[in-house]
Design a binder for this molecule. Sequence first.
Ligand code: KG4
Ligand code: ZN
Length: 349
Amino acid sequence: MTILGVETSCDDTGIAIIEGKGKPWPRFRILSNIVASQIEIHKKYGGVYPHMAKREHIVNLPITLKAALKKAKLTEKNPGIDAISITYGPGLSPCLWTGINFAQELAKKWHVPLIPVDHMEGHLLVGLFTGTKKQAQFPAIVLLVSGGHTQLMLMKNIGKYELLGETRDDAAGEAFDKTARILGLSYPGGPKLEKEAALAKTPLDISLPRPMMQSYDFDFSFSGLKTAVLYDYQKRTKKVQKSKQYVRGMAKEIQQAIIDVLIKKTLRAQEQYRTKSVILGGGVCENKELRSQLAGKLKKENIPLFLPLKSLAGDNGVMPALVGYFLYQKKKYPKNPESIVANPNLQLD
Ligand code: KG4
Ligand code: ZN
């Protein structure tokens, strides 16, 4: 079947068309995947303003749709698409509504079902299906790390998830963004901080806290790390604050502190629940060090790791399209597309 996914939960307008085939483990072909980023706009303000993001989605959605259809060699009048899926949460309410209203119109025009999907399940399935053609073995431990979420889940099958733990304050991506901002790096801080960290030559004589790393639950906390970075930064002279050695050394230590906590808890969850694989998803898993350090640790234990293609780690339309595929197979979608409403605090559990 062919499915079109629409994603507008935060600051990326994503539309993708994918084709899925095969049972019980389907294979997917991405016919097109277009993402209109708003980074240049939000960079000026150091973060995403929901109403500004909504205005951009309104402008970008029709352009993104045209480009996605063209790339897939389909026409807008009669595209031959079986269903549309739309992210209805979690995310920023005005942004979610913009995507929902757009997708409702489209579903009406094409006379196809509209399937509401969870953004975090999208990150998860991109991790499971895009980096490899291997079939996952369940149960699996899932680590989802994005700008708004940090969650460890036990996955029993596609569509069957149990939340084991999550962040009590900042998400991992937020920790990257906020500490990068202290160091004077622009939004979004994660990729910038990774670049600076890779350039560090001599390690700084500073050891940042690894919050909750030794606790026996599966929760996270990253706000203390941000405070520790701020205190250290404020102690330094203006000259040191601006020096390459300080910024790069600090970036490396921040990145490692976040990675250490994420990996430790993921491995402990894998061990405790004796899962057969680990799946990583969310924008933060674009981070090369996180990918390679976790892969290295799991390889030693002979546990397969499922990672998204790096280009699909951040928000995109393939995410809702993949989730929509499985819900369509199970006929789990409302009869009336007009009944779909945004749920900014949607929980995948
Ligand atoms: O999943 P995503 O694209 O959007 C949300 O759903 O939040 O995640 C965005 C987050 C941002 O906080 C961004 O800084 C972080 O992912 N991120 C990274 C990297 N690339 C993106 N964090 C660390 N290293 C990266 N290379
Ligand atoms: Zn996301």
